[in-house]
Design a protein around this ligand. Structure first.
Ligand SMILES: Cc1ncc(COP(=O)(O)O)c(C=O)c1O
Length: 415
């Protein structure tokens, strides 16, 4: 059992730093719906400056950031071209359909998180044909979650933008983890977004703020996005208390939280390299770990003690065994398990995670001796699985997409 839980479910679990909490307490405030909150204004200006855009808009979440951007760009009956498993398509409760009134045309990602430019060229609808929706927006996700957090380069973004712009269609970037791409590619945010018309940047993931995203774009786009935010009930009043940590996070150098993401990437790579070497782990090429996501599968053939479990129950038993040891990961689509490194997770924690993984695999393999040499109680996989489902710290109710496998309840990660 680790001294404190090591929560690798997502980088959304990060806690604000002491400095952020102090800044929240001391923030200068005003009514932001009147445009009077100096802390919000400063954050919006800082985000715009960092990304080379004219203006910014503070919103409560990444989901709202993407939604107001779609509302600002896309007319009802328009169509959005996006990656098949991008957050906008997969994990935002069909806001594009319910709120925007748009359809999506999806294109699968390649291994490096990009979509085939030729497929993008072929995705345009014929505006003269009354049967067809009007192609109204291209969307990219940088980093791209479902390909293990691949960073998309400035050159690729420019190529996609030029395809979109040739038809008068704007490009939006879901930059929930754009700063991970900035660090991984050593390319400034303003360059990564130079060709994009808008972007939504999350503060509440690896940057460790408690709440919020900033949408950036032209002044005219932000005016429309602000109206959309009001419509959604996202106009907030003395909201500088929530914006204040963002100003700390977006500082240059070691005072901010952007440079620090490098540590998360190094920890993810360390985790991946060591995991990939363990019997029982498959589907993980550590070279592909470019940012803070590690995705892997369990190799049932290497875990004969768990032969009676189907694939879902095996994953649940593995996750529950980790949980009983104080380590949290989550199920991810395509039979994968996800671990995300973030602020508050150290290289020492990664060693503990690896020891817990070895113990869990040893149990599932049917042996009582772990690879690192420590004896463990000879519990069965089923016993391990029985321990933790009741003590899931997030206390989340099983959602419709929840996988209930074995004795454990393991929500599929969307965040
Ligand atoms: C790629 C991506 N976009 C958007 C979001 C939505 O952010 P939020 O949870 O703040 O709504 C997430 C959440 O994890 C995400 O991973």
């Amino acid at each position: 059992m680790t001294e404190r839980p090591i929560d690798l479910r997502s980088d959304t679990v990060t806690q604000p730093t002491r400095e952020m909490r102090r800044a929240m307490a001391d923030a200068e405030l005003g009514d932001d719906v009147f445009g009077d909150d100096p802390t919000v204004i400063a954050l919006e200006e800082r985000a715009a400056e960092l990304t080379g855009k004219e203006a910014g808009l503070f919103v409560p979440s990444g989901t709202m950031g993407n939604l107001v951007s779609q509302m600002a760009h896309v007319p009802r009956g328009g169509e959005i071209v996006a990656e098949s498993e991008s957050h906008v398509v997969f994990d935002e409760a069909a806001g594009h359909a319910v709120v925007v009134g748009a359809s999506v045309r999806t294109i699968p990602a390649r291994e490096d998180g990009t979509m085939d430019p030729q497929a993008l060229r072929e995705a345009f609808r014929d505006p003269e044909d009354p049967h067809e929706p009007l192609t109204a927006l291209f969307a990219l996700e940088n980093t791209h979650g479902h390909t293990m957090g691949q960073p998309l380069t400035a050159a690729y973004t420019e190529e996609v933008a030029s395809i979109a712009h040739a038809h008068g269609v704007p490009l939006h970037v879901d930059g929930a983890r754009l700063f991970n791409a900035v660090v991984a590619l050593r390319t400034p945010a303003r360059d990564l977004l130079a060709a994009a018309d808008s972007a939504s940047l999350c503060l509440s993931k690896g940057l460790a703020c408690p709440v919020g995203s900033v949408v950036v774009g032209s002044r005219d786009f932000i005016r429309r996005a602000r109206r959309a935010r009001k419509l959604l009930g996202g106009g907030m009043r003395q909201v500088g208390v929530l914006a204040a940590p963002g100003l700390i996070a977006l500082q240059d150098g070691p005072d901010g939280m952007i440079e620090r993401l490098e540590e998360d990437h190094a920890n993810a790579r360390l985790l991946a390299e060591r995991l990939a070497a363990l019997p029982g782990i498959t589907g993980l090429d550590p070279i592909r770990v470019r940012t803070n996501f590690v995705l892997f599968r369990l190799d049932a053939d290497a875990l004969p003690g768990a032969r009676h479990l189907d694939a879902r129950r095996l994953r649940a038993a593995f996750l529950d065994a980790l949980m009983a040891d104080g380590v949290m990961m989550v199920e991810y689509p395509h039979s994968q398990i996800r671990a995300v490194t973030h602020h508050g997770v150290t290289a020492k924690d990664i060693e503990q995670v690896l020891a817990s993984v070895e113990r869990a695999l040893t149990r599932l393999a049917g042996s009582s001796r772990v690879a690192s040499g420590h004896d463990v109680s000879p519990r069965t996989a089923a016993e391990a699985g029985a321990t933790s489902s009741q003590s899931w710290p997030g206390g989340r109710d099983p959602a419709p997409e929840t996988t209930t496998a074995g004795t454990g309840t393991t929500p599929l990660a969307a965040s």
